[in-house]
Design a protein around this ligand. Structure first.
Ligand code: FES
Length: 109
């Protein structure tokens, strides 16, 4: 596992979110309390950008069809709907986050 610098701590207040691009992939980086979390930014349904949706506590809502994910674990909390039918959506990958001084690092492959 390689840890790559993703942001600085001053960029995220409690309840905040960032979209960070590392090596051609976007990650949703969030802060809840004093803890930081990283998951895939692209929704597993049709790739909606979770950064562009609402962050409600530890839940990220996909702006395209409303699927809800746990930003701590990447797990689906609730699938969204398309034409009144629940969409097929899978858990997102979550990534370990470390803080070194004022740097936030995400552990990627
Ligand atoms: S793209 Fe996210 S729910 Fe459809």
């Amino acid at each position: 596992m390689r840890y790559v610098k993703a942001a600085q701590t001053k960029q995220l207040t409690d309840g905040g979110k960032l979209k960070v691009r590392l090596e051609d992939k976007d990650y949703l980086l969030t802060r809840i309390g004093d803890a930081y979390f990283a998951i895939d930014n692209a929704c597993s349904h049709m790739g909606g950008s979770l950064y562009d949706g609402q962050l409600q506590g530890s839940q990220a809502v996909c702006p395209r069809h409303g699927s809800v994910f746990n930003v701590k674990t990447g797990q689906v909390i609730k699938p969204g709907k398309l034409f009144m039918i629940s969409v097929r959506v899978e858990d997102l990958r979550s990534y370990p986050v470390q803080v070194e001084g004022t740097d936030i690092l995400i552990g990627i492959d």
